[in-house]
Design a binder for this molecule. Structure first.
Ligand code: ZN
Ligand code: ZN
Ligand code: ZN
Length: 153
């Protein structure tokens, strides 16, 4: 059973999909729910495992990847490239525009926090990259951190 708050997020996610002409089907919704309820980022295989356990079915990896790609395209889920894992967006119920997501990843407990970094800082970063003769392919930052809890232990 989903908690009220999870249901709330799922309802909002459904609205966001509908507003772009898409639909949060029950499988898409279930995968999103798994990620919302997880306190750590999950790999595609962990997502599939949890889905299979819950549903008693077995989801082919290709379907899982397709669904995850859909959720990413709707900014309901983000992929952490450094970990090759997925997290639910923490701004699903927010009304504000979603900018490029930045992540703080605790190296000790793997808890992830999604933050929004000031656009000016990101522009400065892109500028430095260009000056070095490189082209920025993704401005999603994944920062190696210790969370407050782990830092005080
Ligand atoms: Zn997000
Ligand atoms: Zn927000
Ligand atoms: Zn931690």
């Amino acid at each position: 059973m989903s908690s009220n708050s999870t249901q709330n997020v799922l309802d909002k996610a459904q609205q966001k999909c509908v507003s772009t002409g898409a639909k949060l089907t029950s499988k898409r919704s279930r995968l999103l729910e798994l990620l919302i309820d997880s306190d750590k980022p999950l790999s595609a295989y962990e997502v599939i495992d949890r889905y299979n356990q819950f549903s008693g079915q077995s989801m082919p990896p290709m379907s899982a990847y397709r669904i995850l790609d859909f959720l990413i395209s709707k900014q309901l889920v983000h992929k952490l490239s450094s970990e090759n894992k997925y997290v639910a967006c923490s701004h699903i119920t927010c009304e504000h525009e979603h900018s490029v997501a930045q992540f703080l990843i605790c190296r000790s407990c793997q808890k992830v926090k999604e933050i929004m970094i000031d656009a000016g800082i990101m522009q400065g970063l892109a500028h430095s990259v260009e000056e070095a003769g490189y082209q920025l392919q993704s401005s999603q930052l994944e920062l190696d951190c210790l969370c407050q809890q782990c830092a005080t232990h």
